[in-house]
Design a protein around this ligand. Sequence first.
Ligand SMILES: C[S@@+](CC[C@H](N)C(=O)[O-])C[C@H]1O[C@@H](n2cnc3c(N)ncnc32)[C@H](O)[C@@H]1O
Length: 300
Amino acid sequence: MPKMLKADQNISTRSGPEQGGTLGVKMRQAQKLLRERQIDTAQLDARLLAAKAFGCAPADVLWHEGDRMSSQATKRLSGYLARRIGGEPMAYILGQRSFWKNEFTVTRDTLIPRPDSETLISAVLERITDRTAPYRFLDLGTGSGCLLLSLLREYPAATGIGVDISAAAVSVAIKNEQRLNLQDRAGILVSNWFSKVDGTFDIVVANPPYIVDKHIDDLEPDIRDFEPRRALAGGGDGLTSYRDIAVSLPDCLKRDALVAIEVGAGQSGDVCEIFGAKGFRIDGVFQDLGRRDRCILMRR
Ligand SMILES: C[S@@+](CC[C@H](N)C(=O)[O-])C[C@H]1O[C@@H](n2cnc3c(N)ncnc32)[C@H](O)[C@@H]1O
C-alpha cells in the first residue's frame, strides 16, 4: 500500500512553492503526486479532487484552469490527496457515486454501489414491464438506498420501503431519498431484516452481505479497510443472510410477488437451494457483465 501522507501536509509544500497557484497548476501537482504513489487513476482522480476542492463541476475544470486556488481550497485538496494516498476509495472522498441513472450520496457507513448490482435493476425491468402500476417495493439491506430509489424512479406510480440494520446507513438513504425527490413514495427505516416491516409487497429486492467471513481479510485493501464490515460479512459460508431472509420472506409477499436477490460469485446454486427449500421457484438467473450469475429472480 502507498505510504500515507499526513492530512495536514500541504501539497504545495511537498511539490513546489506553488502556494496560491492556479487550479490547473494544483491539479497537475496532484496528478504527479498520485502517480508517484502508484495510483493508476491519477489523472482522473486529480481532476475530480481538484474540482471538488475548488468548488466546480469536473466538466468545468478546463474553464477555471487559470483561476487562482485559495489557500482554503488548497488545504482541502491536500486533505483529499492524503486520504486518497491512504487508499480510501474515491467515492468516499467525493461523497458520492453514480448508480444506474442517478448520483447517490455515500459515506463510510454505506457500501459503495457497484455496477454489478445494476444487473438486479435490469432484471426487474425486464420482468415487470408495466411501468404504470402502483407496485409496493421492499428493499432489504438498503445501504445508500440505490436499489429501491433507482427502481422507484423507473416505476413512477410505485411506493416502497428500504430497511437496514445500520442507523447510519439509513440516514444516508434518507438523504438520497430527498435528493431524488422520492420522500413521498419511499420510506426508509432501521430494521433487522423484517423486524419492523409491516404488510405485503409486490416486489422484494435484496443485495445482502455475502462474503465468506474468513475471505474478508483477503479483499482489496480499499474494500477491506474502508467499506462497512456489516455490508460485507455473510457468515462462515457467506450464505447466512440468505438463510435468515428466506425464513420470513414468504410472509411479506403478495400473490405472485417477484423476488430479486443479488448473489456473490459462485453462490447462485446454493442460494437457489436455500429458497427452493422454502417453496420458491426460480424465475430467472441474470448475469453481470463479467458473465457471472449475479441476480436470481424468484416467485412462490
Ligand atoms: C451488500 S450491502 C448492500 C447495500 C445496497 N443495497 C447496495 O446494493 O449497494 C448489504 C446491506 O445490508 C445491511 N444489513 C446487514 N445485515 C442486516 C440485517 N440483519 N438487517 C437489515 N440490514 C442488514 C448492511 O448494513 C448493508 O447496508
